[in-house]
Design a protein around this ligand. Sequence first.
Ligand code: SAH
Ligand code: SF4
Length: 479
Amino acid sequence: MSLSEVAHLSQLQLGKFEVSFDEIKKQREYVSFAKTVLESRFGGETPLAFVHTFGCQGNVSDSERMKGWLSQMGYGFTEVIEQADLVLYNTCAVREHAHDRVYGNVGALKPIKEKKPGMIIALCGCMMQQEHVWQKIRKSYPYVNLVFGTHALHRLPELMYKVLCGGKRVFEVENCDGYIAEGIPVRRDGSFKGWLPIMYGCNNFCSYCVVPYVRGRERSRSSLAVLAEAKELIASGCKDITLLGQNVNSYNRDGGDLNFAQLLEAINNIEGDFRIRFMTSHPKDCTFELLDTMARCEKVSKHLHLPFQSGNNRVLKEMNRGYTREKYLSLVEYAKKVMPDISLTSDIIVGFPGETYEEFRDTVSLIEEVEFTSLFTFIYSPREGTKAASMPDPVSRKEKGEWFRELTLAQEKIAAERCKKMLGQTYRVLCEDYADGRLSGRTDGSVMIDFDGDESRVGEFVNVKVTSCRNWTLSGEII
Ligand code: SAH
Ligand code: SF4
């Protein structure tokens, strides 16, 4: 979005979360100050940034915005840490594994920085919004120059300028409800696939989840801003847009012109040949209106990522999910009725505190009943400060691992059966990757297929007939 559009927008509506036009203008001034400092420091050579993102698509999208700022400051980008003058890690706090990897990665930077003392090390994202984390970084990782939380992303130019000029460590970890900032430049990772955030934060407080604590309150971007960015993406050749939010079904719940189904339809009505996806949908707020809209809108993928987490009602209640197994299955039934070719995917947590084996089996029976295309399955990971972290958790990690494998095997069988049914059928596939004479891409339902083809077709839609399937991987040929 251009600065004048932001100015227009902010005159129209400055909600309680919106960052003012003057603040963004100020950040743009910091961009030029930082650029001047970098130019004199690097004598006209391009300084290089290594930006690495942990976690979800929301983080990937945030990183694209931070890369937008850095690029305007004059940074180029590298994939080689040793070449970098700035290392920026955008961190994830959702599970312990991602959390531990960040500490490992930051530790590994120490000897690299010793050889290159001018290197700036910056950490941001969800983990840095947690006090116990930034305190640990402050104390035990003195070579980290800049730490900022999720709420300070729009102030990156100012923070970078302070680091560049002050030489002191900068910590910006305000704990607040969060902001919506329009007018931040975006440097997208891909040209034909694009992330489009429509809302930020979360109010649901599922008992296991850290997101509401580190991402602030739920807040929706104005439909004007979302539609403007969608048009920008489509005009630049994007073929696959994914709308992002922790719970897209509650878009504009507190007011605003369009609800999520209406927003989806408005994007569908933009001219052009492209696909629309969205994630994540929360079953408690998923409506038949949304499913009808998906069915009606030809550019909306017939793919619904609808995380159910557990198939057992007692566990769902303890998780504070706000729906039952029966409600979930009724949504699935309706989705299959209005979209017979719907592809369903989900997130699942195995081994929630107090879950018994019998309760876990309800999760297995649910996946067998629904027949998902694919699943993201996680073993429960206690997160500091959440309600579930203080619940008794008697089942061992080893046993949870066995349940996890049992679930994985059950899903592999389902996926293999689903793939067999796809044999001989033709699907519209967006060519996403090329290697050794083979293209690969996803169907509308998000199933990967590979096939012979020329690299020049990457970014194009092609029709592919499925000619073979081995377990749950498909191969085909362009027709
Ligand atoms: N807002 C989305 C999920 C965001 S987090 C939704 O409600 O569907 C992505 C996934 O990580 C969750 O769906 C859940 O399956 C998993 N997850 C979150 N916290 C977790 C924890 N403490 N342990 C294990 N998995 C977790
Ligand atoms: Fe976490 Fe629940 Fe919010 Fe999803 S809806 S981000 S799982 S609290």
